[in-house]
Design a protein around this ligand. Structure first.
Ligand SMILES: NC(=O)c1ccc[n+]([C@@H]2O[C@H](COP(=O)([O-])OP(=O)(O)OC[C@H]3O[C@@H](n4cnc5c(N)ncnc54)[C@H](O)[C@@H]3O)[C@@H](O)[C@H]2O)c1
Length: 261
C-alpha cells in the first residue's frame, strides 16, 4: 500500500512511542513528514531510522518545539506549510502521563502542567492546522486521547481531565469542520508498551518492572500490552483517504479493556 504518496503528514511527539510508530508507517507508505518533539536527539534517531528502513518515504523535516507553547505551535505549523505547501494529515499526539496520586495529593502545579501539554497543546495544534485544512478543503486530524479519557481509571486527575478534554475537543470540532471536508477523530489507547509506560512501571517497581507489567495487563481481556506498531497502523488508516467519513469518533485500541465491567 502507498496511501501517503504526495501526502504531507505532521506528527507531534514524533521522537518516541506512538508518534514514532505512526511516522514509520506513514514513511513506509511514501509520505512526506514533519516531525515535532521536545527531544531533538530522539527526532534525529527517528529520521535516521526512516531513512534506512523506509526508503520509499517522500521527504522529512524535524522541528524541536514545545506543544504547550502557542507561539511554538504556530511556528511548527508555519514551517511545515513553508516546506511542503499543505498539511493532509495531523497526528496531534504529544503528551505526558504526569504523577500517579490521589486527587487531594495531586498538586495544582502538576495538574496545570499536564493540562497545559495534553489539552492546551492539542487545542493549539488544532487551532493552527484547522486554518490550513479549511483553506485546502481537505484534511484529517487524529488526536491522542486515552482509555483514561473515556473511563475513570483513578490516581490521575490531570491526565483524566486532559484526555476527557481531548475527547470533547474532537467531538466539538468534528461537528464544526465536517462541512469543510475535514475530519477529526481521536484514538483512545489502553496500555501500549512505549517508553512512557516503561518509565512509569520502573517508577512503580524499579528492577521488577517487567513482572509489574505482567500484573498490570493481567486484567486486560487479551492479557498483554498493545504494541506501538498496532497503534501506528490504526493512525495511518485514520489519516488516509480510506477514513474520510469517520468524523468526531473516538476509537479505543485497548484489547477490549474499556468495555470490561
Ligand atoms: N503508551 C500508552 O499506553 C498510552 C496510552 C494512552 C494514551 N497515550 C498517549 O499517547 C501519546 C504518546 O505517548 P507515548 O506512549 O508514545 O509516550 P512517549 O513518552 O514514548 O512519547 C511521547 C513523546 O512526546 C514528547 N513530548 C512530551 N511533551 C512534549 C511537549 N511539551 N512538546 C513536544 N513534545 C513533547 C516526548 O518527548 C516524547 O517523545 C500521549 O499523548 C499519551 O498520553 C499513551
Amino acid at each position: 500500500m502507498n496511501r501517503f504518496e504526495d501526502k504531507v503528514v505532521l506528527i507531534t511527539g514524533g521522537a518516541s512511542g506512538l508518534g514514532h510508530a505512526a511516522a514509520l508507517q506513514v514513511a513506509k507508505e511514501g509520505g512526506k513528514l514533519s516531525l515535532v518533539d521536545l527531544n531533538e536527539d530522539g527526532l534525529q534517531e527517528v529520521k535516521q531510522q526512516i531513512e534506512s528502513e523506509a526508503p520509499n518515504f517522500g521527504e522529512i523535516i524535524t522541528i524541536a518545539a514545545d506543544v504547550s507553547d502557542e507561539e511554538a505551535t504556530k511556528n511548527y505549523v508555519n514551517k511545515t506549510v513553508e516546506k511542503f505547501g499543505r498539511i493532509d494529515g495531523f497526528f496531534n499526539n504529544a503528551g505526558i502521563e504526569g504523577k500517579q496520586n490521589l486527587t487531594e495529593d495531586y498538586g495544582s502545579d502538576e495538574f496545570r502542567k499536564v493540562v497545559d501539554i495534553n489539552l492546551n497543546g492539542v487545542f493549539y495544534g488544532m487551532k493552527y492546522v484547522l486554518e490550513v485544512m479549511k483553506k485546502q478543503e481537505s484534511g484529517s486530524i487524529v488526536n491522542t486521547a486515552s482509555v483514561g479519557g473515556i473511563r475513570g481509571v483513578g490516581n490521575q486527575s490531570g491526565y483524566a481531565a486532559s484526555k476527557h478534554g481531548v475527547v470533547g475537543l474532537t467531538r466539538n470540532s468534528g461537528v464544526e469542520y465536517g462541512q469543510f471536508n475535514v475530519s477529526i477523530k481521536a484514538i483512545a489507547p489502553g496500555a501500549i508498551l512505549t517508553p512512557m509506560v516503561e518509565g512509569s512501571l520502573k517508577q512503580m517497581a524499579g528492577d521488577n518492572w517487567e513482572e509489574a507489567g505482567k500484573e498490570f495487563v493481567s486484567v486486560n481481556p487479551m492479557k498483554r500490552f498493545g504494541k506501538p506498531e498496532e497503534v501506528g497502523h490504526l493512525v495511518a488508516f485514520l489519516l488516509s483517504d480510506q477514513a474520510t467519513f469517520i468524523n468526531g469518533a473516538v476509537i479505543p485500541i485497548d484489547g477490549g479493556q474499556s468495555y470490561k465491567y
